[in-house]
Design a protein around this ligand. Structure first.
Ligand code: COA
Length: 310
């Protein structure tokens, strides 16, 4: 599988730590030292669809791929604008893609983009000559409780998109899931039919991430027959700078090898890895033939890591 080009789209509105500290009892210093986050983008009018379509349009322009060459649209999200039609079907309409397109949403929360890439690779191998759009798009602010200082400081909105093809070396993947409603959930139906906001046991999520992700990365490297030193870029889901620090420590590798941008966006769930890849592409950090390791984790609980050749 090959990623041909990336695109991204962030809502214009920015909510920084200073502004948040006027909404709940918190402060910039606490947020920065515990998470690394300074600001996040928040949608005011933008939707999961509009962000997804804009990111995908940019990726297609950069890839030089015309609408009729797209055979697959996977939108990874846990915050769709509605249950149905899927965001992916509306991306087909918005971008003027052909009707011979397989389009669906995929919910693996913050592991979504990794699940999406692996799913796309499998499906594209049956669609000769066609390209896939794998998009992570979230408007998490619509499910966040802005009176809960333990969660509202963490999350932001945004989208990132990849144009992918089945060509090139196969990706190597490691995945898992461990069904759990208590640790991290959003939109759980209450008895009166309303949907509960995002709820999280932060300490449990932290523990889960720092044990599961290094183990998954080790399994992945074993499968690929590579050492971590042979990997050119490591991009983890951007949930908390301290989680990335701990993952680096567990893997006994230099923190500087991990690309991080959480400072500017907070946790954008399925969009965090594609937004990071898009930035890396724009900065000229990614070169054809580079080995890129991606790792995600989140609600589900889900996790996944994937090794691909750029
Ligand atoms: N501002 C100021 N104080 C806060 C606060 C905030 N925003 N949120 C919590 N606190 C307080 C707590 O009330 C507690 O006070 P107390 O000691 O008087 O009871 C203290 O800070 C420590 O809280 P705690 O929850 O133990 O902090 P923590 O070090 O575990 O950090 C998280 C909290 C949420 C930052 C951390 O647990 C985390 O990042 N977990 C992972 C979350 C995540 O990544 N989720 C998404 C995964 S995809």
């Amino acid at each position: 599988m090959q990623i041909i080009a990336m695109g991204s789209c962030l809502p214009e509105g920015i909510l920084d730590n200073e502004q948040l500290s006027r909404m709940v009892e918190t402060n910039d210093e606490w947020i920065v030292t515990r998470t690394g986050i300074r600001q996040r983008h928040i949608a005011h009018g933008e939707t999961t669809l509009s962000l997804a379509a804009a990111a995908a349009r940019q990726a297609m322009e950069r890839a030089g791929v015309a609408p009729d060459r797209i055979g697959l649209v996977v939108v990874c999200t846990f915050t769709p604008d509605q249950a149905t039609p899927s965001t992916a079907c509306l991306v087909q309409q918005e971008l003027g893609l052909g009707q011979d397109v397989l389009a669906f949403d995929l919910n693996a929360a913050c592991s979504g983009f990794i699940y999406g890439l692996a799913t796309a690779e499998g499906l594209l191998s049956r669609m000769e000559g066609r390209y896939g759009l794998v998009i992570g798009s979230e408007v998490i602010s619509r499910t966040v409780d802005y009176t809960d200082r333990g969660t509202c400081i963490l999350f932001g909105d945004g989208a990132g998109a990849a144009v992918v093809s089945a060509e090139g070396p196969a990706a190597v993947a490691d995945f898992g899931c461990n069904g759990d409603l208590a640790v991290l959930s959003a939109g759980v139906r209450r008895e009166d039919g309303s949907a509960a906001p995002l709820a999280m046991n932060g300490k449990e999520v932290f523990r889960f991430a720092v044990s599961t992700v290094p183990a998954s990365i080790r399994k992945l490297l074993d499968k690929a027959g590579l050492s971590l030193d042979e990997v050119d870029h490591i991009v983890c889901h951007q949930a908390n700078h301290r989680i990335v620090e701990s993952i680096a420590r567990h893997l006994q590798t230099d923190l500087g090898r991990f690309y991080e941008n959480i400072e500017f966006y907070g946790n954008t769930s399925a969009a965090s890895i594609p937004i990071a890849l898009c930035e890396m592409q724009e900065k000229g950090l990614l070169h054809r033939g580079d080995t890129v390791l991606l790792a995600g984790f989140g609600s589900g609980l889900t996790w996944g890591s994937l090794l691909l050749t750029w």
